[in-house]
Design a protein around this ligand. Structure first.
Ligand code: NAD
Length: 499
């Protein structure tokens, strides 16, 4: 990274060092809480992407020959560095993204857990075999092999964690890697690249190319890139999946979401409220697992809503770096305008606006702030019940039964996550059995799978078969080679040597 005046310029981390491969397009990165300019980021064109991919491809043969246990040691060293620098990195996340420091620390923890899990690669990557598997004296075995260069195209909402769903597993398996962060939040992954270098990964094993859709397309189209992991909105996920498949690539593409939280009449009200608040308004509603639709069953809304409204109004909105702040800004003034547009639309659709996020002191037009917002009397067909708003807007729908609640969820094209709050095992089991989402929470507000489970998702929230994290990631990043072996001399050798 170069520092120009007081604003640093972030180029591309390629072949073990920072390089300013092209300078014709760049973008200013700003702190959404203060509007301060934090950095200038270079936006790669296809030529710059090619240089980075070539560096990654050049590092592949030697890295592939490095034994898995030795590759794992680099991850152990990185884990130690990440632990030591976790707080500094969390501050960078908060500055470029806006989420509170506590939230950013949680994001760091999730990233580190993926390094810990991927460090088990000697076990995770094992194949299997069967003596006499293909007939008497003919053995059969399966080995997993890395494929070459993989790349991730990442969203803005988890600047550091999302790349960690993929890259530690990819390089642990012996591949080399290119991360393209969101052009809105390039800083935390840039700091992390320096730590990867410090941890002793050979140059070219881990690379970062900064850019926008031009860089995404160049990565997908590059003949040396064997597979793409994408996380972002559904429209782009669908496009990347199709474009990658057309070029014969492996693609896993995670898309957008509209997650629902079902509250049954027997739910523990105070714990439910705590979880609904965290889920709907944490990170200002900019989580792919945020529950932005509350489906209240039977009469539970009459007991749930008054304290929920009060608690939402009590959330302090401000700079995520300041103590006592419960919710930071959204990512940009443009995002705020989109969210405010949805608030206006909800009013026009006839929903009842019981908590108005435009009323909080920080929520001035032109800023990135909008406070917790609650709509009640929402009907499932309204846009505020159907669209991913990706902001702190909770829509409350009332239904009579669990079956009706599941029908509302099933009618959505998305399938990322759903939660139920209940004290009934039977209701919870029915929900788990029938709900068509990839991640399910039972008395859990944010059903985020741990690193050793796949980060699931279904329908319009996921395109592909193998997910990020854990064993799924190892399957995605390796080729399964099946070897059948027969030694013709076996019988004679046995007679000769007496075995
Ligand atoms: P986005 O789709 O706008 O951008 C994601 C990435 O794609 C960025 O790196 C961007 O540069 C690139 N990109 C954007 N438009 C492109 C195009 N037309 N062609 C090629 N590349 C393009 O998403 P975002 O606003 O950064 O992130 C928010 C979205 O991500 C939300 O929809 C959220 O639900 C989703 N998300 C999903 C998950 C999940 O696990 N399913 C996790 C996190 C975020």
């Amino acid at each position: 990274m170069a520092v120009d005046g007081r604003v640093e310029t972030i180029g591309h981390f390629s072949g073990g060092s920072w390089r300013d491969l092209n300078g014709d397009r760049d973008l200013l990165v700003t702190n959404p809480a203060t509007g301060a300019v934090l950095a200038r980021v270079r936006l790669a064109d296809a030529v710059a992407v090619d240089r980075v991919v070539q560096d990654a491809a050049g590092a592949f043969p030697a890295w592939r020959r490095t034994p898995p246990v030795v590759r794992a040691r680099s991850l152990f060293r990185l884990k130690e560095l990440l632990e030591r620098r976790a707080d500094d990195l969390a501050r960078v996340i908060t500055r470029e993204h806006g989420k509170t420091l506590d939230d950013a620390r949680g994001e760091m923890r999730r990233a580190i857990e993926n390094v810990e899990t991927a460090a088990g690669i000697p076990t995770l990557m094992m194949g299997y075999g069967l003596e006499d598997g293909a007939g008497a004296g003919i053995d059969e075995e399966l080995v997993r092999q890395p494929l070459g260069v993989f790349a991730a195209i990442c969203p803005f909402n988890f600047p550091l964690m999302v790349p960690f769903w993929f890259w530690p597993y990819a390089v642990a398996c012996g591949n080399t890697y290119v991360v393209k962060p969101s052009e809105q939040v390039p800083m935390s992954i840039a700091r992390m690249a320096d730590l990867v270098h410090e941890a002793g990964f050979p140059p070219g094993v881990f690379n970062v190319v900064n850019g926008d859709r031009v860089a995404s397309d160049a990565l997908i189209d590059h003949p040396l890139v064997r597979g793409i992991s994408f996380v972002g909105s559904t429209a782009v996920a669908r496009y990347i999946y199709a474009r990658g498949a057309e070029r014969g690539k492996r693609v896993q593409a995670q898309g957008g979401a509209k997650n629902a939280i079902v509250v049954m009449p027997d739910a523990d009200i105070s714990r439910t409220i705590e979880n609904v608040l965290g889920s709907a308004f944490g990170a200002a509603g900019q989580r792919c697992l945020a529950n932005s639709l509350l489906i209240a069953v039977g009469g539970v809304a009459d007991r749930l809503m008054p304290p929920l409204r009060d608690a939402a109004r009590a959330i302090v909105v401000g700079n995520g770096e300041d103590a006592g702040v419960g919710m930071g800004p959204v990512i940009s003034p443009r995002a705020r305008d989109r969210i405010v547009g949805y608030i206006e639309r909800g009013e026009q659709e006839g929903a009842q606006l019981t908590v108005d996020g435009r009323d909080v002191p920080a929520a001035r037009p032109g800023s990135c702030f909008v406070g917790p917002t609650i709509f009640e009397g929402v009907r499932p067909e309204m846009a505020i019940a159907q669209d991913e708003i990706f902001g702190p807007v909770l829509s409350v729908v009332r239904v009579e039964s669990l079956a009706e609640a599941i029908d509302v969820i099933a009618a959505s094209p998305y399938g990322n996550a759903a939660s139920i709050f209940t004290e009934s095992g039977a209701a919870a089991r029915e929900f788990r059995y029938r709900v068509p989402t990839g991640n399910v929470g039972i008395n859990i507000g944010v059903a985020a799978p741990m690193a050793y489970f796949p980060f699931s998702g279904a329908r319009a929230s996921f395109f592909g078969t193998l997910h990020g994290q854990g064993q799924d990631a190892v399957d995605f990043f390796t080729e399964k080679k099946v070897v059948i072996t027969r030694w013709f001399g076996t019988a004679e050798a046995a007679r000769h040597h007496g075995f």
